[in-house]
Design a protein around this ligand. Structure first.
Ligand code: SF4
Length: 320
């Protein structure tokens, strides 16, 4: 380890490092999820990455009970933040209105990790030490590191330094971005990125605002500028397909028209909506708003995929 570089590099807030990912860029990849996002997509499957700081979460099924433990009830926190209800099982409840960032130390008291923290401050070297465990798989598959989130570009100094150092160690780099950041942040990180996976969630600015919390003007301006400023990078456009929100042909054709002039946009991928992140909303004391939403059908995905395949001049594997 280069001690001089290590002591000077910025730290980042990391939620998770996931190994053997196959949908986050070329080959087998190690995906590093960073905290903080400016969007509020109602279908977000990583709600623990939205808030920029480490935050407390609680999985009640893991609590071993107030009688057997009860450490959180003695913790330095506002009265009533953690409590038990008489005449029920004695596992603890959390009053989320009373829990704040200041209580994050309570997580260290909980022996069963029922109370835990999403988000850890890490150095570039700490992240790369874990990422490099998968180096053999990168060599075999053409994979590497992918920064995701949250919005990894909202930690520009950390992301840029991490990816620059990954490159120096011979590791291929990719990012997943939703593009809602100042251009200066993109400009700082993109020189160190090989593949940019970027979301086109909705075309209409008003509907974008309704479902994502912000309109898409800055996002589209950033993408256009990035395509033009970095002709040698690989860009892959992506749409999370949410039935009833953006699963119409109109959006797909609009994205294809947007990317058509740019030869460095090498693909457009569809990401079917899923609900794998739903339980995490409960762990964070939040409500998942899309309880009535279903996954897109194979037929609707095949129909949209055939439009993309035709635009890229290839035959759809579905034959559609
Ligand atoms: S510290 Fe953890 S295991 Fe112990 S009572 Fe509280 S939530 Fe349950």
């Amino acid at each position: 380890m280069d001690q001089t570089v290590s002591s000077l590099t910025p730290t980042g807030i990391v939620v998770n490092i996931q190994h053997f990912c196959t949908n986050d860029g070329p080959g087998i990849r190690t995906t590093v999820f960073l905290k903080g996002c400016g969007n509020r997509c109602k279908w977000c499957c990583n709600p623990e990455t939205i808030h920029p700081k480490p935050e407390l979460a609680y999985n009640r099924s893991k609590c071993i009970g107030a009688k057997a433990c009860g450490r959180c009830l003695q913790a330095p926190a506002p009265e009533g933040a953690f409590y038990v209800i008489a005449d029920t099982d004695d596992r603890v409840h959390v009053n989320w209105d009373l829990v704040s960032d200041a209580e994050t130390e309570v997580a260290s008291l909980c022996p069963s990790e029922a109370i835990h923290l999403f988000g850890e401050v890490m150095t570039v070297d700490q992240v790369l030490e874990e990422v490099e465990q998968d180096a053999a798989f990168y060599r075999e598959s053409g994979g590497g590191i992918t920064l995701s989130g949250g919005e990894c570009l909202l930690q520009p100094a950390f992301s840029a330094t991490l990816l620059m150092e990954a490159h120096r160690r011979g590791i291929n780099t990719a990012i997943e971005t939703a593009g809602n950041v100042p251009w200066a942040f993109m400009e700082r990180v993109l020189p160190h990125v090989d593949t940019v996976l970027h979301d086109h969630k909705l075309t209409d600015p008003e509907r974008h605002k309704k479902w994502i919390g912000v309109d898409n003007k800055r996002i589209l301006a950033n993408y256009k500028r990035a395509y033009e400023a970095y002709p040698d990078k690989q860009f892959i456009a992506r749409t999370p397909v949410i039935p009833g929100v953006n699963d119409g042909e109109e959006h797909i054709r609009s994205v294809l028209a947007f990317i058509a002039p740019y030869k460095n946009v090498i693909d457009y991928q569809l990401l079917p909506y899923h609900r794998y992140g739903e339980a995490k909303y409960g762990f964070l004391g939040r409500v998942y708003e899309l309880e009535d939403f279903e996954r897109p059908t194979p037929e609707s995905l095949a129909r949209l995929q055939s439009i993309i395949d035709e635009a890229f001049g290839r035959t759809s594997p579905t034959g559609a």
